[in-house]
Write a protein that binds this ligand. Structure first.
Ligand code: ATP
Length: 238
C-alpha cells in the first residue's frame, strides 16, 4: 500500500532523512517512534509531498509518487493530518470538514450528497464536532481541534492516513479518546502511519513499528518484539 524506499530529504543544507525505508501494509496501523528531532515529521512531510525528497522512492499502491505535488498525492489517496493540527481557525467546524472533501472534487455529480454521508460518518466518530459544527474551529479546545484534523483527513476518503502526533499537547484523558478513535478507524480497515511520542500508547494500537534515529530506521518489529528489545525498553518504554 505505502512503501518508502531509501528516502533522503532535508531543509536547505541540512540533511534530515538519510535513507529512511518503511512499509505500511493495507489495513494495518504502523507506528513511527523515536526521539525529538529524529526525523519523524520530516518523513511524513516527504511522503505527503509537503517536502520534496532529494532521493529515494515513495510508492502508493505500487505507483511512485515522490516529487509530485502534495495536492496530487492527496488525490491519489494519501491524507496527512499534520502535527500541530493546523485547522482553519476562522472557518466553522463543518466548513473545515468540507474542505477535506474538496480535493475529491466530484463537482458535477453529487458532491453534496457524498460529502453529506462522509460528514455523518465523521460526526458519528466525533459527536463533539457535530455539537460544535457551527463554531469557529479556532475556538475549539486542543483535543477537539485534533479530532477535527483527523475528521478533515477522513473526508478525503483516503486509502492511507498519516497521523502526526495526534496526542501532542493533549491531556491524558483526551489522548485516550483520540486513540479510541484510531482503534475504531483501524477496525473499519483504515490504513495508518502514526507518529507518536508516547511509544507505549502507539505500540498498543500498532501492528508493526519502526524506531527512527538520526534520519533512518534503527529498529523495527511487531510491538511484542519491540517490547522485548533492550534498546527500545531503555530509550522509549522505560
Ligand atoms: P519531534 O518529535 O520533536 O517532532 P521529529 O522526529 O518529528 O521530532 P523532525 O520534526 O522531522 O523530527 O525534525 C528533524 C530535524 O529537522 C530537526 O533537527 C529539526 O530541527 C529539523 N527541521 C525540521 N523542520 C525544519 C525546517 N523547516 N527547517 C530547518 N530544519 C528543520
Amino acid at each position: 500500500m505505502l512503501v518508502v524506499e531509501d528516502l533522503y530529504a532535508g531543509y536547505g543544507l541540512s540533511e534530515v532523512l538519510v535513507g529512511t525505508s518503511l512499509q505500511v501494509k493495507p489495513g494495518s496501523v504502523v507506528a513511527l517512534i523515536g526521539a525529538n528531532g529524529a526525523g519523524k515529521t520530516t518523513t511524513m512531510r516527504a511522503v505527503s509531498g509537503l517536502l520534496r525528497p532529494a532521493r529515494g522512492r515513495v510508492l502508493l499502491d505500487g505507483a511512485p509518487v515522490q516529487g509530485q505535488a502534495a495536492s496530487r498525492i492527496a488525490r491519489l489517496g494519501l491524507a496527512h493530518a499534520p502535527e500541530g493540527r493546523k485547522v482553519f481557525g476562522p472557518l466553522s467546524v463543518e466548513d473545515n470538514l468540507l474542505l477535506g472533501a474538496y480535493r475529491r472534487l466530484p463537482r458535477f455529480f453529487g458532491f453534496h450528497g457524498r460529502a453529506a454521508a462522509d460528514l455523518e460518518h465523521v460526526y458519528e466518530l466525533f459527536p463533539r464536532l457535530k455539537e460544535r459544527r457551527r463554531q469557529a474551529a479556532g475556538t475549539l479546545s486542543g483535543g477537539e481541534q485534533q479530532m477535527l484534523a483527523i475528521g478533515r483527513a477522513l473526508m478525503a476518503r483516503p486509502k492511507v492516513m498519516l497521523l502526526d502526533e495526534p496526542s501532542m499537547g493533549l491531556a491524558p484523558v483526551i489522548v485516550q479518546e483520540v486513540f479510541r478513535t484510531i482503534r475504531r478507524l483501524k477496525a473499519e480497515g483504515m490504513t495508518m502511519l502514526l507518529v507518536e511520542q508516547f511509544a507505549k500508547t502507539a505500540l498498543e494500537v500498532a501492528d508493526y513499528a519502526y524506531v527512527m534515529e538520526r534520519g533512518r530506521i534503527a529498529i523495527e518489529g511487531t510491538p511484542a518484539e519491540l517490547a522485548r528489545d533492550e534498546r527500545v525498553l531503555a530509550a522509549y518504554l522505560g
